[in-house]
Design a protein around this ligand. Sequence first.
Ligand SMILES: Cc1cc2nc3c(=O)[nH]c(=O)nc-3n(C[C@H](O)[C@H](O)[C@H](O)COP(=O)(O)OP(=O)(O)OC[C@H]3O[C@@H](n4cnc5c(N)ncnc54)[C@H](O)[C@@H]3O)c2cc1C
Length: 464
Amino acid sequence: MGNSKAPEQVVVVGAGMVGFSTAWYLQERGVQVTVVDKEGVAAGSSWGNAGWLTPALTLPLSEPAVLRYGLKAMLDPSSPLYIPLSANPQLLRFLIGFARHCTPGKWREAMEVFTEVNRIGMDAYDELAEGGNLLTTSHQTTTTAAGTAGGSAASGTTGTTTRAGTTTTLTAAATADGAVREPTKVADPFLAGFVSHKHRDALVHEFDAVRRAGGTVDYNLVDGDELRALEPTLGSGVRAGVQIRDQRFINPPKFMESLAESVKARGAEIVSGFDVVDIRDDGTGVRVIAADSRLLQADNVVIASGAWMGKLARRFGVKRVVQAGRGYSFTVVPEVMPTHPIYFPAQRVACTPLGDRFRVAGMMEFRDADAPLDPRRIKAIIDAATPMFKGIDWQDRKEEWVGSRPCTTDGLPLIGATKSSRVHVAGGHGMWGVALGPLTGKMLAASITGDTTPTVMRRFNPLR
Ligand SMILES: Cc1cc2nc3c(=O)[nH]c(=O)nc-3n(C[C@H](O)[C@H](O)[C@H](O)COP(=O)(O)OP(=O)(O)OC[C@H]3O[C@@H](n4cnc5c(N)ncnc54)[C@H](O)[C@@H]3O)c2cc1C
């Protein structure tokens, strides 16, 4: 448990994988949580992603090859990496910073950090599934009209939620409602497909680098027919493959719904339509202010607003750019429904079985998080994926989606206190916020409540 300075009430800004995981682990420590989102549960990147929990592939984006590739791809809207030419100063800052990190030495350094988190990341998922040991906290919160427009987070009635009159009772009790019911699934095995052995060699080299950095990858090489025996929907264009063991995946929309339900059942308030425009540290607590002037007061706040983190975090000393690396996805129903997640590294297309539908995802588009979906990117994914499959009607697509990976220049997330000890950030996981979300929540909740944290967390210092 935390020390005497541990907060009793925390507002989490952002109802994505990272925000909800942080809320869940704060609840484990007896903290009362309110999760607010400008839209609602999983409105950001945590909804339409590929849902892979794949330590073998959870690597820093800043590979030297990405830079070489990026320079070529920069102006081609059909390339899996798209950087529109624009005079956006934040984007330029990001690209320069990112290019500086695309060296073999820096990649290795980042890889060592990933090796460490990959080793412990899945334990946090297992804890969510087991339900933890909830310390229930009962707060009798008085809601008083304080002259501000808007309402308390809980009820939407007029007034300001204050700390006055709050009493806290801690009772250690395992709760039947604590578990996140939507399971993680074992990829048995996880598949990667290639049009040639040369393309496959690139992934094998990457696995060599993972092993050199101390990571583990259990894989074997197969030919196209062996892959098709497992997944008959793969087309004759797939001539080489890799089977990777010990990887998992989730159905992202269902998992997020289940995580939100769990956090709510454990006593949190979840407030949709609360667009945070300002956060103030008033010396004894924080005030979280919405665009419509609603106000929440708490002891601490966690900014877990994904690709939108920069605006709120900057004034608390977080200088790292968090740039939207936008990805796209849609779902189809193949004649033979695949049961394994399938990756096409050369095409940068990621596919995930969601039960009754098959999700196809891809693209990295460095662009404003709020820009509309660009149909040319969906077409680029279809063009890349079509030769790899048979029995898919690509016209019969549903759930077309764009979401923003929150990318940092050094490829490492930002997790921890800012220059205000009451204001924390959690985000910037880029391509891997789903795999690392629960571990992030676990580490940050320990840090907020004054407990010891894994040494690797130092590498995520938001003020670096
Ligand atoms: C195509 C694609 C595939 C991916 N596949 C994988 C994968 O297989 N495995 C993996 O680990 N990761 C994957 N990712 C990355 C992963 O989706 C993200 O890293 C992760 O979802 C980030 O979670 P988050 O909670 O930080 O942000 P988000 O899920 O984006 O949540 C942030 C939330 O904050 C809210 N918000 C923003 N600003 C405000 C504000 N001012 N006030 C209130 N609320 C606000 C938003 O509405 C949003 O709901 C993929 C991403 C994409 C795009």
